[in-house]
Design a protein around this ligand. Structure first.
Ligand code: GLA
Length: 416
């Protein structure tokens, strides 16, 4: 037994990568990010409720405090692209667009929530605003002086892969030099991958979270392709995730519910209830940063219930910090698991069938945790789509789980 334990410790030591040593993001960061829902709206005269302006972020922050979002763990309110004035100031510093942010960014940082901001490694952001190239130290100092707590650093408009890598590294060092703990959210592997296999061990030394794949859209196709990409690349990306450094599948977008940064699109327009449940369950299994991109001022109760569900959030935020993986794919069904603290497991059964009604998937509990999740017996709690106690099961039993088309049943399995 002692020998077996020793082997496990060695295996963990070999695969664990060193995380960026800035003390933050020990669990996946949670918050709200404007991009998926509000994009680059700059016409505040025509669209005062929707333009990228201090009003939008202040209103979102107010709702986050008043309606339990902050209490549930969503602590960052994050500005994405399009916040800047078209030029830097006389000292070469970035500045917010004075018409849309008349009080300045610092006023938003003082608002009571943690504040996230956006810039780009290249000359221009993806939407064409001034980028940080040639100004990494100055921009890091500016953000720190405003009281910023998170930087999403995009990778558009940079001359070469060498400059991309150098820029991501240098901004990380510049942020550290400010002395202010700032979550550093990168898109480095996403921009690198078409040309070169990312070195995740290195990326984790510089970034707290990193996007691997395309932007999330408010559609089932988008959610499905992010989940499938993650499963196909799990051998290289799962082992790298852990406290201080996370794979970022982008925002969450739910309808009134919709939710992947990892933005959640729950609460928007494109996902059915089942699909929103799938996004929330899978983002928990993937240990994904939970950034909603929706309009919190107008949320349907079921979207709020799902996004604020304490049991799912506890799985997402589990302190062991291990990312889950797909165990098997059997016709339309996918079986995923995530090791949790105290030898527990989160288990997701996803039904990819898009025709017909609910279908059953039956599997042996010996599939879970290499046979150890329910050994010799376990308690099973259904977390999504609703909270149900499934009672005690023994190692040799099978579970039959009914799942709606494009839905997911999320379970927590606790060994006895
Ligand atoms: C890129 C990023 C998005 C968003 C936009 C802003 O597409 O991947 O998440 O930040 O730029 O222009």
């Amino acid at each position: 037994m002692a020998a077996a334990r020793w082997v496990v410790v060695v295996a963990v030591a070999v695969t664990a990568a060193v995380a960026l040593d800035n003390g933050v993001a020990r669990t996946p960061p949670m918050g709200w990010l404007h991009w998926e829902r509000f994009l680059c709206g700059t016409d505040c005269a025509a669209e005062p409720d929707r333009c990228v302006s201090e009003r939008l972020f202040a209103e979102m922050a107010d709702v986050m405090v008043a309606e339990g979002w902050k209490e549930a763990g969503y602590e960052f309110v994050c500005i994405d692209d399009c916040w800047m004035a078209p030029t830097r100031d006389e000292q070469g510093r970035l500045r917010a667009d004075p018409r849309r942010f008349p009080s300045g960014i610092r006023a938003l940082a003082d608002y009571g929530l943690k504040l996230g901001i956006y810039s780009d490694v290249g000359n221009r952001t993806c939407a064409g605003f001034p980028g940080s190239y040639g100004h990494y130290e100055l921009d890091a100092q500016t953000f720190a002086s405003w009281g910023v707590d998170l930087l999403k650093f995009d990778g558009c408009n940079v001359g070469s892969l060498g400059l991309l890598a150098e820029g991501y590294r240098n901004m990380s060092l510049a942020l550290n030099k400010t002395g202010r703990p700032i979550v550093y959210s990168c898109e480095w592997p996403f921009y690198l991958r078409p040309v070169q296999q990312p070195n995740y061990t290195e990326i984790k030394q510089y970034c707290n979270q990193w996007r691997n794949f395309y932007d999330v859209y408010d559609s089932w196709n988008s959610i499905k392709s992010i989940v499938e990409w993650t499963a196909l690349h799990q051998d290289s990306i799962v082992k790298i995730a852990g406290p201080g450094g996370w794979n970022d599948p982008d925002m969450a977008t739910l309808r009134g519910i919709f939710l992947f940064l990892s933005q959640l699109v729950i609460g928007n327009f494109g996902l059915s209830w089942e699909q929103a449940v799938t996004q929330m369950a899978m983002w928990a299994i993937m240990a994904a940063p939970l950034f909603m991109s929706n309009d919190l001022r107008h949320m349907k109760p079921e979207a709020k219930w799902l996004l604020q569900n304490r049991e799912v959030i506890a799985i997402n935020q589990d302190p062991l910090g291990k990312q889950g993986y797909r165990i098997t794919k059997d016709k339309n069904f996918e079986l995923w698991e995530r090791p949790l603290s105290n030898r527990a497991y989160a288990v997701a059964v996803l039904n990819q069938q898009e025709i017909g009604g609910p279908q059953n998937f039956t599997f042996s509990l010996t599939f879970l945790g290499n046979g150890l999740a329910c050994n010799p017996a376990c308690c099973i709690q259904q977390v999504l789509p609703s909270s149900v106690d499934w009672g005690v099961h023994n190692w040799l039993s099978s579970l039959s789980v009914e799942v709606n088309p494009t839905g997911t049943v999320l379970l927590k399995v606790v060994p006895l």
